[in-house]
Design a protein. Structure first.
Length: 242
């Protein structure tokens, strides 16, 4: 559904319209073309080219595999994810911990659910770097305290924000919000923005109600108001591209 406001276009993409990969250990919804799922008209929005909502079964995960020239941000919603890479980084990612991996000239990593009984749910997002062939890098930081204060928190930024983690893309910022029931924020004013409802529901000015798994792709749409559902609240992820 495309909605027009005074300045631009808001393209609403519903949860059920996403690509789906399902295996014995993984259920992954893809907002854009990914792997065997290809649509020439849906390869990204702005600098964001991957927005995967993954559920990984206990004791399973992505075995060691390579990446190159990509800024990869992982945000865990429920459970825990163990990260290991060829640069010697190792850690457990949990809700509230921001993680960024810069693939650069090339890196190998694995992502495993270490639990014996609980699934892990996460959103993994890829943006194109502004410089290719950099040295691989890794960064993580807990932002739970900032999120508890309300509003939108800059989770990853290449534009000099006092963000949790930095990315090698000077035109992109990722905002996250755990909005309380009825809490209102404004979507950052940018050339393009991608709003994803990770949990709960919210009303987006000019577009109506968005529920868990729904997304809105904004193009020159200004800074519309977003109001979290009065009962469930909402956890939201917003990429802006200047």
């Amino acid at each position: 559904m495309n909605a027009k406001n005074q300045e631009g276009v808001i393209d609403v993409r519903r949860k059920d319209g996403r690509f789906l990969t399902r295996t014995e250990w993984l259920k992954s919804h893809h907002s854009f073309s990914f792997g065997p799922h290809y649509d020439a008209d849906n390869i990204g929005h702005g600098l964001l080219i991957v927005n995967n909502d993954d559920v990984i079964r206990a004791g399973t995960g992505f075995m060691t595999h390579p990446h190159r020239d990509m800024e990869i941000v992982t945000w865990v919603l429920d459970g825990e994810l163990e990260h290991k890479d060829s640069e010697g980084h190792k850690g457990i990612i949990y809700p509230g911990l921001a993680q960024r991996m810069s693939a650069g000239t090339g890196i190998w990593h694995s992502e495993i659910n270490p639990s014996k009984s609980k699934d892990v749910r996460l959103v993994q997002m890829w943006v194109l770097p502004d410089t290719e062939s950099i040295n691989p890098g890794y960064e993580q930081l807990d932002v739970s305290t900032q999120l508890g204060k309300g509003g939108l928190v800059p989770l990853a930024s290449g534009r000099g924000h006092d963000a949790a983690i930095s990315i090698r893309q000077k035109n992109a910022v990722l905002w996250v919000g755990r909005l309380k029931p009825g809490e209102a924020v404004k979507v950052p004013d940018a050339r393009t923005a991608h709003l994803y409802i990770a949990k709960g529901a919210a009303d987006l000015e000019g577009a109506g109600t968005l529920r868990e798994g729904d997304a809105a792709r904004l193009l020159g749409a200004g800074s519309p108001k977003l109001i979290a559902d009065g009962q469930s609240g909402a956890e939201v992820l917003i990429w802006e591209n200047r």
